[in-house]
Design a binder for this molecule. Structure first.
Ligand code: NAP
Length: 246
């Protein structure tokens, strides 16, 4: 049990990659707080996790709203105790090219993907600094490193997460806090199911391992970063992309 006794706060974990991360951590003995805009589906995931014999709660949270983030951490502290691990997973896309992108679409993606992580880190670090231990893992993307046609807002938000991660790693290492990122490539979830067959085939050709990743591939990397096995690692990025970017 790699995470026995740990308490993990995961955003956007009602479904997709976040749900896989939550399940894999619960299987390693962690108690899990699922914070998601979709409370109904977050509660279903929490119920599934409780079935594994650990504690789990669901909290409705829009990560881009500071008052909701503060409240979600208060609920987590009351129900599960101080978090040892924060996983910034909530993320959205609003794709188009620069000249067609509306300010609202830029703001929505930056607010959820980047500002949301900043707000969650702030609440988590307040608690983790006091207990002199904590792990923050943020889900970035391969596009932070490569760019991607039609994803100017998303690529910028995910690149921003890398700067945020490295800076937290430097600022709070002395308090026992490690901050790392995982940068997935093309992972099969609801987010990528909406892409056309042509785009999917094109992407597959760009992956040396010749196949898309699964949410469990990402969960394995996050589990490593959350566990004691990675205690001497901070400010790093683990790429989970089948070789798409090296
Ligand atoms: P997903 O299936 O769309 O799941 C994202 C979850 O976040 C959903 O439950 C969503 O709820 C929730 N969410 C959306 N806005 C939120 C907000 N403001 N506050 C809290 N929760 C919110 O996406 P995914 O594919 O699992 O992606 C998870 C993370 O991995 C994202 O950060 C994504 O950018 C990143 N990533 C994914 C891929 C990929 O290929 N799938 C690749 C690289 C990186 P609703 O469904 O109700 O909106």
């Amino acid at each position: 049990m790699k995470l026995q006794g740990n308490k993990v706060f995961i955003t956007g974990a009602a479904q997709g990659i976040g749900k896989s991360i939550a399940l894999s951590m619960a299987n390693e003995g962690a108690d899990i707080g699922i914070a998601d805009v979709n409370l109904e589906s977050a509660e279903k995931t929490a119920q599934e996790i409780r079935g594994l014999g650990v504690k789990s709660i669901a909290v409705r949270l829009d990560v881009s709203k500071q008052d909701q983030v503060v409240h979600a951490f208060e609920v987590f502290m009351k129900e599960l105790g101080a978090p040892d691990v924060l996983v910034n997973n909530a993320g959205i896309t609003r794709d188009t090219v620069l000249l067609r992108m509306k300010e609202d679409d830029w703001d929505a993606v930056l607010d959820i993907n980047l500002k949301g992580s900043f707000l969650c880190c702030k609440e988590a670090v307040k608690i983790m600094a006091k207990q002199r231990y904590g792990k923050i893992i943020s889900i970035s993307s391969v596009v932070a490193f490569m760019g991607n046609a039609g994803q100017i807002n998303y690529s910028a938000s995910k690149a921003g997460l890398i700067g945020l991660t490295k800076t937290i790693a430097k600022d709070y290492a002395s308090r026992g806090i490690r901050a790392n990122a995982v940068a997935p490539g093309f992972i099969q979830t609801a987010m990528t199911d909406i892409l056309s067959d042509t785009v999917r085939e094109e992407m597959k050709r760009a992956i040396p391992l010749g196949q898309f990743g699964t949410p469990d591939d990402v969960a394995d990397a996050v589990l490593f970063l959350a566990s004691k096995a990675s205690d001497y690692i901070t400010g790093q990025v683990i790429h989970v992309n089948g070789g798409m970017y090296m």
